[in-house]
Design a protein around this ligand. Structure first.
Ligand code: NI
Length: 153
């Protein structure tokens, strides 16, 4: 999947409402591997499929590799099932929106359900940077960009 290319605003694929993944096969695994390669090369900590031109509900994240701990994760058909009332503000960047950051207020803790590459259901709770990242990437699957939010103080 070395042919995957980053897409930038205003590419319309970034506004697509992505389709659920229904087939968990070697092609999906190769897509996830290719997405991680693009993400690390960019370099970034999260990447959603529409950012490489594929309107399917899958994103990848490695929240800690820039600090020296490689920890790749793949989220297929992610759904947010709970979130905290407490809000955290982070300055977010997006690989599809070069040279721009926006301060976004989001729930400080979120619980997600998703499928892994084998189609097995998974769940996890995220805080801190990872919480913002999974929400940012999940937004991409509905065509929502971090710059759509009002700038937080
Ligand atoms: Ni992004």
């Amino acid at each position: 999947m070395t042919d995957l290319q980053l897409r930038f605003v205003p590419d319309p694929v970034l506004r697509a409402v992505c389709a659920p993944v229904t087939v968990f096969d070697a092609k999906l695994a190769a897509l996830a591997k290719g997405m991680l390669d693009v993400m690390y090369a960019a370099p970034g900590r999260g990447l959603a499929a529409p950012q490489v031109g594929i309107a399917e509900r899958i994103f990848v994240m490695d929240a800690t590799w820039k600090e020296g701990t490689t920890d790749p994760h793949v989220f297929v058909n992610p759904e947010m099932v709970a979130c905290s009332d407490q809000v955290a503000v982070l300055s977010e960047g997006c690989l599809s929106i070069p040279d721009q950051t926006s301060r976004v207020a989001r729930p400080a803790q979120v619980t997600l359900r998703w499928h892994d590459l084998n189609g097995t259901p998974q769940a996890g709770t995220f805080i801190g940077f990872a919480a913002a990242c999974v929400q940012h990437e999940r937004d991409h699957l509905d065509g929502i960009l971090c710059t759509d939010y009002p700038e937080a103080p």
